[in-house]
Design a protein around this ligand. Structure first.
Ligand code: PMV
Length: 334
């Protein structure tokens, strides 16, 4: 039996502009997706997902056929779609078929579709589990997981799968058709504490929100390019804050990043109201993923230099929150 787990992630800074070559600061968080894989005596592959309460037993050829059918329309209502597409991507990449069948069980602690990298954690966990039979370098895991992310999101930057694979804090930047990343070595200090507030699951997928921004570029190229550049500068300042362990600018940087994301048109009213409340109570907040405008915008990253004070306000208003740890370990064998 093989057991692996991959963390969720947040964008501390740089979502959307990272798709267009600006740097992003990403970190792994302490919510994980657990994947286990057990060899079977026959050729079947049984997939079980605890969160979606779904179980399916298929041949490899059925999986391959499913992946072929969904190639054009990467949106599917089947909750196991990404797993089947992922299995096909892995074996296509390796140019082979599984030698024997396996039971695959998935159990994720990461809220789905909320900007916390649930699909990247599933992709990286799945690839790691399967590659344990084959090769097992993190570089290869990341490369194949990126192919699966492309099937889920269309045109992702590759930042989510990279931070979920390697963990810690990463400065990530897309350069033409490849990406570069540095593991940030941060001084030993008491890291600032963040919490997440849920603005509701977006109705739109990440791919759709990336398309919203692409449309904005078509309509207002120079204005949007300026916004991307400013977000890139914010990301670099954010990194300096962490490297120097001087968090005095953090509040300003988070609020400024949020203002620019609102200008990009990726934040909905529900999230804007929550963010306003947090600011009025001395905090800073931004969405931390692709966002959404029709209803929810996913998780909101919240910072306050006296977090407990803000938590009292959230409790009094019955607003749910989730404390998180940053810089967590990447994918690992459990
Ligand atoms: O919402 P998430 O967790 O899928 O994050 C998306 C981040 C984007 O910058 C909007 C897209 C990307 O591929 O980097």
């Amino acid at each position: 039996m093989i057991k692996v787990s991959a963390p969720g992630k947040i964008h501390l800074s740089g979502e959307h502009s990272v798709v267009y070559g600006q740097p992003a600061l990403l970190t792994a968080i302490d919510r994980r997706c657990f994947v286990s894989l057990k060899k079977r005596d026959d050729q079947l592959i049984e997939i079980k997902d605890k969160k979606f309460k779904k179980k399916e037993k298929l041949t490899f050829n059925q999986i391959r056929h499913f992946a072929y059918l969904t190639k054009k329309a990467w949106q599917s209502n089947d909750p196991l779609a990404l797993v089947k597409i992922g299995i096909n991507e892995i074996y296509s990449f390796l140019e082979k078929k599984p030698i024997c069948g396996f039971d695959l069980a998935i159990n994720s602690q990461i809220p789905f579709g909320s900007g916390l990298g649930s699909s990247a954690a599933l992709a990286v966990g799945l690839v790691t589990g399967v590659l344990l039979y084959e090769h097992s370098s993190r570089g290869l895991i990341n490369e194949i997981a990126f192919q699966i992310e492309k099937r889920q999101h269309g045109c992702p930057s590759g930042g989510d799968n990279t931070v979920v694979t390697f963990g810690g804090f990463l400065r990530f930047q897309k350069k033409a058709n490849r990406f570069e990343f540095d593991h940030l070595k941060l001084p030993q200090c008491k890291d600032p504490v963040f919490t997440l507030v849920d603005s509701g699951q977006p109705m739109e997928s990440t791919g759709e929100m990336v398309a919203v921004v692409r449309q904005q570029i078509t309509n207002h190229k120079s204005q949007i390019t300026k916004i991307f550049k400013k977000i890139g500068e914010i990301t670099n300042s954010f990194i300096k804050c962490f490297q120097k362990a001087d968090f005095s600018q953090l509040k300003y940087l988070i609020n400024e990043n949020e203002r620019l994301l609102e200008e990009l048109g990726v934040v909905g009213n529900r999230a804007k109201k929550l963010i306003q409340l947090i600011k009025e109570n001395g905090g800073a907040a931004k969405i931390c993923g692709a966002g959404g405008v029709k209803q929810g915008s996913g998780m909101i990253l919240v910072y306050h230099h006296q977090l407990e004070e803000l938590i009292e306000v959230l409790k009094n208003k019955n607003i749910k929150f989730m404390k998180i740890k940053l810089g967590e370990e990447g994918v690992r064998y459990d």
